[in-house]
Design a binder for this molecule. Structure first.
Ligand code: PLP
Length: 425
């Protein structure tokens, strides 16, 4: 399987090289040159395969045979899908895919675990330096995924005062090959610092930089797997028809992986991109204009993205066809107030606690599901990861005390020299 650059289709690389490079040249993203089609018979029989077999089969088609042997890929898939991904029936044709049973309690564990093991496998000579900017969940999943992986050092930049205590703990308590850097700025500032580092040719030479953001193919592709696992569970229950999936979206990596699964042949009718006040994609669907903007802070902060970086991949998968995109992806945005209200009312009605991101997914599903359809929304994080918000919506929700003593982080100004300084220390 070869990968091409969305900005320059003459740049052709292997899966291995795409993983090591992270970002393609000219700010482009890597995408599979052609999307492999899965056999209909295999999909029709999906309930007869184990989750690990499904994972292996799908990833083998996506990454080809050049970069990893069968036994290497099997091992990586087994270690990636090392926790449950249950589909829970909540009544009224609404099902939730719980993606929060991994070690850091968000769906990002899937991509981070897969990617870290690939990089460990690919980085035989030089030490690879992974840089990642995070609004919270990416950093914790990446820290946990890479912790102790030989030959890889990870530097995580997060915005001061804008991540939850739980997330800060998960990023800064591990140490060893994981370096936590708190930036006196916003998530966008963190992302700009990382972007600047990737464009810094001298720094790249010196450190052999790689990215772990959702732009990296090795993080993006395995996220397709749980769409197959959701379908398997729908089939087991005999309700695998007219499936609509609502995805709480920020950088649009998660939903892009779902679109990829659909393009490979998984029978998903359409998607709903669920957004908070950061409504760049929603506005695109309304107007056909793509107008990025600065992010605004919300209670579902992992979705506070004003310039979703996977948009170019969506355009590529749909051949830039706005009409088809509108047919297959609808979108809706919700305020914090609406989100908090639905967290509370859903808890009272169903005794089910949602985190704010999942709640946005539920809202969008409820508003977009037709009578003939079966709905799934993705619960992207465990409520306890965002407990200060959950407690606000549901008074009495039990809070865990988190002790940040003994955690290690460097605080820097929002400044490139300061950042390069910490990397070299
Ligand atoms: C990262 C994240 C999202 C957004 O996912 P994207 O792939 O960036 O669209 C949604 N919810 C949670 C809890 C997250 O951590």
């Amino acid at each position: 399987m070869i990968y091409i650059n969305t900005k320059d289709t003459s740049e052709v690389v292997s899966f291995r090289q795409a993983t090591l490079n992270g970002l393609a040249s000219q700010g482009g993203l890597y995408v599979p040159k052609s999307i492999p089609a899965l056999e209909t018979e295999w999909i029709d029989n999906i309930e007869n395969y184990s989750d690990h077999d499904i994972g292996f089969h799908v990833m083998r088609q996506l990454i080809g045979t050049e970069s990893l042997s069968d036994s290497e890929l099997k091992q990586i898939v087994t270690e990636t899908l090392a926790f449950d991904i249950p589909l829970v029936d909540l009544g009224d044709r609404v099902n939730v895919l719980e993606l929060f049973h991994g070690p850091t309690l968000s769906f990002k564990d899937v991509g981070a675990r897969f990617m870290s093991r690939c990089l460990g496998q690919f980085s035989n000579e030089d030490e690879v330096n992974v840089l990642v900017a995070t609004s919270g969940d990416t950093g914790s999943a990446v820290a946990s995924g890479f912790f102790g992986v030989e030959g890889v050092k990870v530097t995580i930049l997060f915005p001061k005062g804008k991540v939850s205590k739980f997330q800060e703990y998960q990023m800064s308590s591990l140490g060893h090959n994981i370096i936590a850097v708190e930036v006196d700025g916003t998530f966008d500032d963190c992302q700009s610092l990382v972007k600047q580092a990737f464009q810094d040719i001298k720094l790249n030479k010196k450190y052999s930089l790689s990215s772990a953001n959702s732009i990296n193919v090795a993080r993006l592709l395995p996220q397709s797997l749980y769409y197959f696992l959701a379908y398997k569970q729908m089939k087991q229950r005999g309700i695998a028809q007219e499936i609509v999936i609502s995805v709480p979206s920020g950088n649009f990596g998660n939903i892009t992986a779902g679109i990829l699964a659909k393009k490979m042949g998984l029978p998903i009718k359409r998607f709903v991109a669920a957004n908070n006040a950061n409504d760049t994609f929603y506005q695109y669907i309304q107007t056909s204009n793509w107008q990025t903007k600065p992010s605004v802070q919300t209670i579902s902060n992992a979705m506070d993205v004003g310039a979703p970086s996977n948009f170019d991949r969506i355009l590529y998968f749909y051949n830039n066809d706005y009409q088809t995109i509108c047919r297959e992806i609808s979108s809706q945005t919700y305020s914090d107030d609406e989100t908090l209200k639905r967290m509370k009312s859903f808890y009272l009605a169903k005794n089910y606690v949602l985190d704010p991101h999942g709640a946005v997914g539920l809202l969008a599903l409820e508003d977009h599901l037709n009578d003939s359809e079966q709905g799934i929304f993705l619960a992207t994080a465990h409520p306890k990861k965002f407990e200060s918000v959950v407690v606000h919506a549901i008074p009495g929700y039990p809070i865990e005390l988190i002790d940040l003593n003994g955690c290690k982080k460097s605080l820097i100004a929002n400044n490139y020299e300061a950042f390069v300084g910490v990397m070299g220390s």
